[in-house]
Design a protein around this ligand. Structure first.
Ligand SMILES: [Zn+2]
Length: 211
């Protein structure tokens, strides 16, 4: 059995904006809700992340001239994919999906609220230096293992898991509680990257058996 006080579930961006009919819809993302809800009820430590952008955010294609969603641009911190405007602070698009049972969550990390920096990871923003404080929170509570679920597998979930393992946490991604975007093969590429870092690729039932 797993020691509840040592483990945390990180639920990444289960928000209207990434669900079917959202501003940056991820195909079938709502199908993960039953697994995510079930997992949340079996963890004592649950952290939610919430993409939370100002209207003028640098990652929105409509804030750049002659750019389309999914174009790449160069920023001081490196390459950035441009997205449709999504998860703007205080809008319905930024709300958690109404069927997500948020009652078990102890902490909500809001990310992407600096206008000039995107943030896929729940730990470190895309400039790779601005920290969210999540590592400190987990360390202070002696949590050494994290399980990551949510959307999108190949962006915010993968970046969160990769940062977690690099920060010294034992890290798992629960595949059937995630949904991917798959931009030019990014889904396969991110799974390869995660597996090379020894991030566990597991399924909801495998985790529930241990809790
Ligand atoms: Zn975003």
């Amino acid at each position: 059995m797993l020691q509840q006080e040592k483990i945390a579930l990180i639920v990444v961006d289960v928000q209207n904006g990434f669900m079917p009919n959202g501003n940056l819809a991820v195909a079938h993302a709502d199908r993960i809700l039953p697994n995510v809800n079930q997992l949340m009820h079996h963890f004592n430590n649950v952290v939610l992340t919430q993409d939370w952008h100002p209207e003028h955010h640098i990652s929105f294609a409509n804030n750049h001239t002659n750019k389309q969603p999914f174009d790449m641009i160069n920023l001081p911190y490196g390459q950035q994919v441009l997205w449709t405007s999504h998860c703007v602070q205080g809008t319905k698009d930024a709300d958690f999906h109404p069927d997500l049972d948020v009652s078990q969550a102890q902490l909500i990390i809001r990310k992407g609220f600096h206008a000039h920096i995107d943030s896929y990871s729940a730990f470190v923003e895309a400039d790779r230096t601005t920290k969210t404080g999540l590592a400190g929170y987990l360390n202070e509570r002696q949590i050494d293992t994290v399980y990551v679920v949510g959307v999108a597998t190949d962006f915010c979930v993968a970046w969160t898991a990769i940062d977690a393992v690099n920060l010294g946490f034992k890290t798992y991604v629960i595949e059937d509680a995630t949904a991917g975007i798959d931009l030019n093969g990014s889904l396969v590429q991110k799974w390869q990257e995660m597996q090379a870092l020894k991030i566990g690729r597991i399924q909801t039932q495998d985790v529930l058996k241990l809790l």
